[in-house]
Design a protein around this ligand. Structure first.
Ligand code: PEP
Length: 246
C-alpha cells in the first residue's frame, strides 16, 4: 500500500506575508487522512513556513538541493541545511532546472544522492518535451533520465525516493496528459524500478488541479501529484489532497 503524496511546488512565488497566510490555511490538513501533503516554498521562506507548519501533518520540502555537502559554492543550499530546517523532501531535476539552469542527468543523480545522504527523500522529476512526445520518444527519454540516476545512485536507493513524471509540455500550460498517457509512463517507470519499485511513490505533475485530479488518481500506478500553480491556492490544493485520500 503506497500512501499518496501531494507535494506543492511554490516555485519563485509569494512574499513573507503570503507564504505565512498560505501555510496557516494548510495546517488543518487532517492527520487521519489517507494522503500525505507537503509544500516546497522558496528556500528563503523555509524557516518561516517550518514554524507555521509545526505540529501539523503537512511536510516541508525544498525545490532544489546542492550536490555538494559544503564548501565554497556561492548561492547553493546543502541537504544538511535543508534537513536542519525541518525539510523531509527535496525536489531534484525539475524540468525548469534542467532547461533554465542546464542541470544534467549526472548532476541530478548527484543531487539525489546528496539529498538522501542528508536524510531527505528526493522527489526526482522526469519528463519529456512536446517534440520528444511527438517523435514517439517519450518512454526512451524517461528511461534514460531515470536510468542515469539508477546507474549513479543504485536501484535500491532510487526506489526509496519519490519519482515525479512531469511532461514538460503540461507544466504551467493548463494541458494535462490524459490519464491513459500518464498511466503508460508510470507503469514503465515502475517496471524499470523492478521489484523494489512496488513500494515507490510515482507522482504525476502537469497542471493538476481539483477539476482533473480524480481521474488521474484513479490510475493504478499514480500515487499522487506534484502540483505547481494550484498549490498556491489553499482550498484548491487541499481539495487535490482530499481527492488523493479517497
Ligand atoms: C510543476 O512545476 O512541478 C508543476 C507541475 O506545475 P503546474 O502544476 O503549474 O503545471
Amino acid at each position: 500500500m503506497r500512501l499518496p503524496l501531494i507535494a506543492g511546488n511554490w516555485k519563485m512565488h509569494g512574499s513573507l506575508q503570503s507564504v505565512v497566510e498560505l501555510s496557516k490555511a494548510l495546517v488543518g490538513w487532517n492527520p487521519e487522512s489517507k494522503a500525505e501533503m507537503a509544500v516546497c516554498p522558496p528556500s528563503v521562506f523555509l524557516s518561516v513556513v517550518a514554524k507555521e507548519l509545526q505540529g501539523s501533518s503537512v511536510a516541508l520540502g525544498a525545490q532544489n538541493v546542492s550536490e555538494h555537502q559544503q564548501g565554497a559554492y556561492t548561492g547553493e543550499v546543502s541537504g544538511d541545511m535543508l534537513a536542519e530546517l525541518g525539510c523531509r523532501y527535496a525536489i531534484v531535476g525539475h524540468s525548469e532546472r534542467r532547461a533554465l539552469f542546464a542541470e544534467t542527468d549526472r548532476q541530478i543523480a548527484e543531487k539525489f544522492i546528496a539529498a538522501q545522504r542528508a536524510g531527505l527523500t528526493p522527489i526526482l522529476c522526469v519528463g519529456e518535451t512536446l517534440e520528444q512526445r511527438e517523435a514517439d520518444a517519450t518512454l526512451d527519454v524517461i528511461a534514460e533520465q531515470l536510468g542515469v540516476v539508477i546507474d549513479v545512485a543504485g536501484l535500491e536507493a532510487v526506489a526509496k525516493g519519490v519519482v515525479a513524471y512531469e511532461p514538460v509540455w503540461a507544466i504551467g500550460t493548463g494541458k494535462t496528459a490524459t490519464p491513459e498517457q500518464a498511466q503508460q509512463v508510470h507503469a514503465a517507470i515502475r517496471l524499470q524500478l523492478g521489484e523494489a519499485g512496488a513500494k515507490t511513490r510515482v507522482l504525476y505533475g502537469g497542471s493538476v488541479k481539483a477539476a482533473n485530479a480524480a481521474e488521474i488518481f484513479a490510475q493504478p500506478d499514480i500515487d499522487g501529484a506534484l502540483v505547481g500553480g494550484a498549490s498556491l491556492v489553499a482550498e484548491e490544493f487541499l481539495e487535490v489532497g482530499r481527492l488523493a485520500a479517497q
